[in-house]
Write a protein that binds this ligand. Sequence first.
Ligand code: 6PG
Length: 257
Amino acid sequence: RPPNLFCFQSIDKDLAPNLRKYVLEQQNEALKRHEVFRVAVSGGSLPATLATALLAPSSGAEDDKVEFPKWEIFYADERCVPLDHDDSNHKLVKENLLDKIPADMGQPKVYPIDEAHLDDVQEMADQYEKTLVSIFAARDSVKLPLFDLILLGCGPDGHTCSLFPDHPLLRESDAWVLSISDSPKPPPKRITLSLPVVVHGVKIAFVATGGGKASVLKKIFETEEGSKLPCGLVNAGGGEKVSWFCDAPALEGVNFP
Ligand code: 6PG
């Protein structure tokens, strides 16, 4: 098994505690670099798993403290719906994580989409890109935003963020944030970080659990075809950068070279 691929028994028992350790390592490294921790998160099952990891009690060790007030949370992808809509990734993050953070821990700074542009998905993407520019390129002109950590899910078809297999958006190399109006997974209108932005992240972690992921993970780790799926393209960043947090059902039948 590649060194960056972790297989756990269950989310509660060992996946979440190990994800916590990994996220806090990235937090602590980022805080040494620039006193802020910039994270991009996806939707799907990730916010709930992340909440299980981060809301667990601290061991009290110096390196086991979640410093939420130093976090800046962005969305790796978001659906073009109001922030209180059931399809909203922000709503998922808010209900699973933000609303449950004990008051004495403080809150992260969160960058949701601007609801003023719900009727124009391209404008929504442009606006979110402007937000990223104001944070990541405030002083210098930078080619790409540099997230300290990007937390991703893996769809059963191999999509990640809202980058879908064989979609022309995969070839976009200029914009930081892209709009999509024909997402094969509903809802159709979404915005997403571009592939170059995702692969540029300091660290990238996939969380993939459940038997529904086994066939796509087999493809990604075993086949040439799988290496061209969006998750495979991100995985090409290599073990130094990319980690996979999976459970046993997700890795059932996967063989490693
Ligand atoms: C979205 C997600 C998407 C998700 C995958 C995996 O908003 O649709 O960001 O990329 O992460 O579809 O979802 P699960 O973890 O629920 O399988």
